[in-house]
Structures are given as structure tokens and as C-alpha cells.
Design a protein around this ligand. Structure first.
Ligand code: PMP
Length: 362
């Protein structure tokens, strides 16, 4: 059921419309009776869930008359994926782009941004969000000086959560509702649980609003890396507050305006190590070429299903639909240490056998 059954006007039409895919192998390995389903966002045109907000924020700014083709310079602070989405949309529409991005974000994101014609300014990872040296501070300083500079501001722009309320959430609901229950694949035909990470919080806020309107009983679980402060209650954050984490795109040292924590029922903290284990499992067991924060989302999902009372009951419920959102793909992380370790040829189970065969037959 691909959306590409007709000619698209341009790549903007290939944003979103991502598949909802059963993770049956992982569900079996983990002994889950519920359906484990993944919303796989790397299949969007620019490679992440953030393409959707880039398209929506540019469209809204155009309607408000804030953008002038050939003149406007779109400036945005991002962990990379919103920047890639904006650079793609702006390449098509004819706006210049400057992206400010902390040092810790991958080389691949910078290369992709430059390939799309954007300027990239790196900022110190340790700069507090409200410091003039942070990616947000540098974007503001540039905007004050650059003629026709516009900050669309994903942290405060209502079109960020709205894009997910109007597209990501409804796509999940449509897929679940239109896949009817069968004896071999039982389904409640509604979304029973939604789990996602939070960076700006736009995804979890918008998807939660759409899904709770469809099923008010749906449980929404937020994932926050250890070191960040987005989780509630606050006591979850204190043990590791300020600690560095390698995973990109989730977690912050401030609460973004677009994150509505009232729309999230419960939070879990995840570690980098758990994320890498889950990335490996999504690749090796399900063939999904996802990025680091997708690992955080899956590891949080499994922890919730195994260690909480509510989650354990859900895990035992045949036909319950547990949906986890996987935000981006491995394209963004191929030079990262954690990925190189995971794909080290010496660690492959057959490498010893192969070398012996080749040595003895030479
Ligand atoms: N994962 C990745 C890889 C991301 O780039 C982002 C966006 N920062 C997220 C998760 C979180 O999405 P959101 O900003 O909608 O909370």
C-alpha cells in the first residue's frame, strides 16, 4: 500500500506517508503477546520524522507572508534532522538556509545539510540553551544581523506539534484501523499504547493529541535520555542531571514550549548502551536501518512492557496494539563510534571460519 502510485509534484509530496511495520521477530524473542508495531520515519523523503514539521513550518510562514523566495534566509537551531528537512524544503522552494548545530551531532548530518546547499555553524555542545554560544543563541545572533533572516523556531512554533497531530498521528490510526483483526493476526483495531522520544516534544505532543482523540484510553509513554530533564516526575531526572549522552535528537536542558507534558501519561529514562543494543536488534532481527534514538524508543518500550504493572498487562493482551515511533535512519550515524563497534567485522560470528577456509584453500 504505497502512496507512490501516481506522479508526485516534487519531493515535498514524498514527506511522511511512512509505513507501520510489525516487529514480530522482536515480539517473539521478548515473549510479548501484544502486537509490537513500528512507525518507521526514516522512509520519509529527507530521512526523518522532522521533514513533516519543516514542510508545515515553511508553508505556514509563506501563508503569513514571512518568507520571500530568492530573499529570505531561513536560520534554525537544530540537532540536525529539522535542519535537513528545512534544507530540503528550501532547496525546492528557493530559500537560503543557515543551520546552527551542536558539535556532538554527526558528520553525516552536516554533510547532508551541505549537500542540500545549507550553511552549517557548529556550536559547543556544553553551552547552556540560553547562552549566546548555544545553537539557539547563535541562531538568534545571526538573525539579528542577516537581512531577511527568519527563525521558524521549532521549539515554540505551533506548527511543530500540529504537523504530527495532522499527519503522523492520523497515519498511525488509519493503518491500525484499516488492518482488520484476523485469527493469525488478532488486533484491537485501535492504538492501545504509543511510545516516542522527546527532543522539542513536537512528535509526542502532536501524536498524543491525535491518538487520544481516537482512543482516550491510549497510554502515551515518553522516552528521555539519562542526563536530560524532560521526564516527569522530576525525581526521574535528578540522578543523572547534566550527564553527557551520545544519542542525538532527544533530551534537552530546558523544557521546550511545544512540549506539553500533560499529554504524556508516563516517562522512562534510557541509557546510551540500552539504545545501541536495541538498534542492533532492530537491524539484525527486523532489517530496519534505523538511528540511535530509535534504539532509545524501542529499549524504553521493552522496559515499560516488562517492568511496569500496566505494561506487563498490555504485553499479555493478545491483539493490543503497541506503537513505537522510530524517528530516523542509520544514514545519519555511520561514522559514529557506537555504529563502527556494532559493525566491526572481527566481531562477526563467521569471521574466524571464513579466514580459516581461505587460509587452508590458498
Ligand atoms: N530523534 C531524532 C533523531 C531527532 O532528530 C528528533 C528531533 N530532535 C527526535 C528524535 C525528537 O523529535 P521531537 O523534536 O519531535 O521531540
Amino acid at each position: 500500500m504505497s502512496s507512490a502510485t501516481y506522479i508526485l509534484d516534487n519531493a515535498l509530496d514524498a514527506i511522511g506517508h511512512t509505513p507501520l511495520i510489525r516487529l514480530d521477530n522482536i515480539a517473539r524473542q521478548e515473549g510479548l503477546k501484544c502486537n509490537l508495531l513500528a512507525k518507521v520515519e526514516y522512509m520519509s523523503a529527507g530521512g526523518s520524522v522532522k521533514d513533516r514539521i519543516a514542510k508545515a513550518m515553511v508553508a505556514a510562514a509563506e501563508q503569513e507572508g514571512r518568507l520571500i523566495p530568492g530573499k529570505s534566509v531561513v536560520i534554525e537551531a537544530t540537532s540536525g534532522n529539522t535542519g535537513i528537512g528545512l534544507a530540503m524544503v528550501c532547496a525546492i522552494k528557493g530559500y537560503s538556509v543557515i543551520i546552527t548545530m551542536p558539535e556532538k551531532m554527526s558528520l553525516e548530518k552536516e554533510a547532508t545539510l551541505r549537500a542540500l546547499g545549507a550553511e552549517v555553524v557548529r556550536t559547543p555542545t556544553e553551552a547552556a540553551w540560553d547562552s549566546p554560544d548555544s545553537n539557539i543563541g547563535v541562531a538568534q545572533r545571526l538573525q539579528r544581523e542577516i537581512p531577511y533572516g527568519v527563525i521558524l523556531d521549532q521549539y515554540g512554533n505551533i506548527n511543530n506539534p500540529l504537523a504530527h497531530e495532522l499527519t503522523t498521528g492520523p497515519e498511525i490510526i488509519d493503518a491500525v484501523v484499516s488492518t482488520l483483526s484476523t485469527p493469525s493476526k488478532p488486533s484491537s483495531e485501535k492504538v492501545d499504547v504509543f511510545i516516542g522520544g522527546a527532543g522539542t516534544g513536537g512528535t509526542i505532543t502532536g501524536v498524543s493529541r491525535a491518538i487520544k482523540a481516537h482512543n482516550p484510553k491510549c497510554v502515551v509513554v515518553g522516552i528521555d535520555p539519562k542526563g536530560s530533564i524532560l521526564a516527569l516526575p522530576d525525581s526521574l531526572n535528578t540522578a543523572d542531571q547534566g550527564a553527557a549522552y551520545v544519542v542525538e535528537g532527544i533530551g534537552y536542558d530546558f523544557i521546550p514550549q511545544v512540549l506539553s507534558r500533560a499529554d504524556v501519561d508516563t516517562w522512562l529514562k534510557t541509557s546510551d548502551e540500552d539504545a545501541w543494543t536495541a538498534v542492533r536488534s532492530l537491524m539484525r532481527s527486523e532489517g530496519l536501518l534505523i538511528g540511535g534514538s530509535s534504539g532509545s524508543a524501542l529499549s524504553g518500550t521493552l522496559t515499560w512492557l516488562k517492568t511496569t504493572k500496566e505494561g506487563q498487562a498490555m504485553a499479555e493482551t493478545v491483539g493490543a496494539n503497541v506503537v513505537v515511533l522510530l524517528p530516523d535512519g542509520i544514514r545519519n550515524y555511520m561514522s559514529k563510534h557506537w555504529f563502527l563497534e556494532m559493525t566491526n567485522a572481527k566481531a562477526s560470528p563467521l569471521s574466524g571460519v571464513i579466514s580459516k577456509i581461505l587460509e587452508s584453500s590458498s
